[in-house]
Design a protein around this ligand. Structure first.
Ligand SMILES: Cc1cc2nc3c(=O)[nH]c(=O)nc-3n(C[C@H](O)[C@H](O)[C@H](O)COP(=O)(O)O)c2cc1C
Length: 372
């Protein structure tokens, strides 16, 4: 995860939401009673375009990438853009971060104007530039300050406030999360997302879901379990093992946004969706690229899309040259041609057949979802 660059203040567009946003109808308790499968906040990933895609693939709820409190307070256009929500971007929560409680409280009030479902405070970002400055997971080093900050944000916000955090700062700590969760609940935090790693671990090592179980057992507010959930079966397992109210999916969604429909089907005991065919993959990739271009212009779209190609197009050996070509594309037409050729050229027609055969095989396998 890279850190947010502070940009020069440009002409601010403070119109964050038109009229009453659809999120105003968000029923917090009802959504968390329904075991939501949530798209994790991810910087440079969970923009409006990707939220739209994941929602279409079945995500129950989305969270924006984090926006720096001070940048929102200073009306920096890039930060305001991160929290701007289209009327159909619902339900979506806005995530804010920062090291200063009163800036976070002010930022929460600004974010409210965008009409989110709720405000989430990031207390889990491990990136040194963020955490060492006291923001993100830096709050875990001072649980008292973190609780006081949460109290301040809750009391200044008209919307529900939630916190996303980790199980502790590092190996030497005594894992403050269970006690901390109780105290956060006491000051009015309405839900907690637990990324089941310490800050020290970054994204390394296995997430330990048992901490989410301990937290959910200690508090009455919904707890969302996060970390290493990669399949529909993982979603089921994480919910069964922890008793948590919901699951949150990050990196797997980048590779495979279809995880949301697969997870929903599994949790709702519905028929397992077939694995996406190559045509479906190419189609989604094309639509993602075109939507990025409409939102950000060609150059930025091509850069942003390059993160998704490998996931969408499968990690099959014979797609590698196409993915390389896509990444090297300097204009939209070339990228679209490469995508189109994936479905028309001989090896990829065969690939599609293999996809279909694999789908059939998986349907016979009791552990089918594990494989895609
Ligand atoms: C590229 C990237 C960007 C991220 N940005 C954020 C962020 O802005 N806010 C946040 O709370 N977590 C952020 N995270 C952490 C994820 O939300 C999530 O907690 C983490 O990836 C573990 O979940 P996973 O195993 O499902 O990926 C980011 C992770 C990645 C990989």
């Amino acid at each position: 995860m890279t850190t947010t660059k502070r940009t020069k203040k440009t002409k601010p567009d403070r119109r964050l939401a038109s009229d009453e946003h659809m999120n105003a109808r968000f029923d917090f308790d009802a959504v968390f009673r329904a075991k939501p499968v949530i798209l994790a906040p991810m910087e440079d990933v969970t923009d409006a375009v990707f939220r739209h895609i994941c929602r279409a693939c079945g995500a129950s709820l989305c969270v924006t990438e984090f926006a720096l409190a001070e940048a929102l307070v200073a009306e920096e256009s890039e930060a305001l853009q991160k929290i701007r929500l289209a009327p159909d971007d619902t339900p979506t929560a806005i995530q804010i971060y920062g090291a200063d409680a009163s800036s976070l409280a002010q930022a929460a009030r600004i974010a409210e104007q965008a009409g989110p479902a709720y405000i989430d405070v990031n207390c889990g970002c491990w990136v040194p530039k963020v955490a060492r400055a006291g923001a993100g997971a830096g709050w875990l080093r001072s649980p008292d300050a973190m609780v006081a900050m949460a109290r301040m944000v809750v009391s200044s916000s008209a919307l529900p406030v939630t916190v996303k955090t980790r199980i502790g700062w590092g190996d030497e700590s005594d894992m403050p999360i269970v006690d901390l969760a109780r105290r956060l609940e006491d000051v009015g935090v309405r839900a907690l997302t637990i990324h089941c790693r310490t800050a020290r671990m970054g994204h390394e090592g296995a997430a330990d879901w048992s901490w989410a179980a301990r937290v959910q057992a200690a508090v009455s507010v919904p707890v969302i379990v996060n970390g290493d959930i990669r399949t529909a079966q993982d979603c089921q397992k994480a919910l069964d093992l922890t008793g948590c109210a919901g699951v949150m999916i990050g990196r797997r969604a980048i590779e495979h946004p279809w995880i949301f429909r697969e997870a929903r089907a599994r949790l709702e005991h519905a028929k397992k969706p077939t694995a996406p065919t190559l045509h479906e993959r190419v189609d989604l990739c094309t639509r993602h690229l075109l939507a990025l271009q409409a939102a950000r212009g060609t150059r930025k779209a091509l850069t942003a899309a390059s993160r998704f190609y490998a996931g969408y197009l499968g990690k099959q050996p014979d797609t590698a040259p196409y993915i390389a070509e896509l990444r090297a594309s300097r204009n939209l037409e070339t990228a679209l041609e490469v995508l189109h050729s994936l479905t028309t050229q001989q090896p990829y027609a065969e690939q599609t057949m293999r996809d279909l055969e694999r789908t059939t095989r998986l349907e016979r396998s009791p552990f089918g979802e594990e494989e895609y």
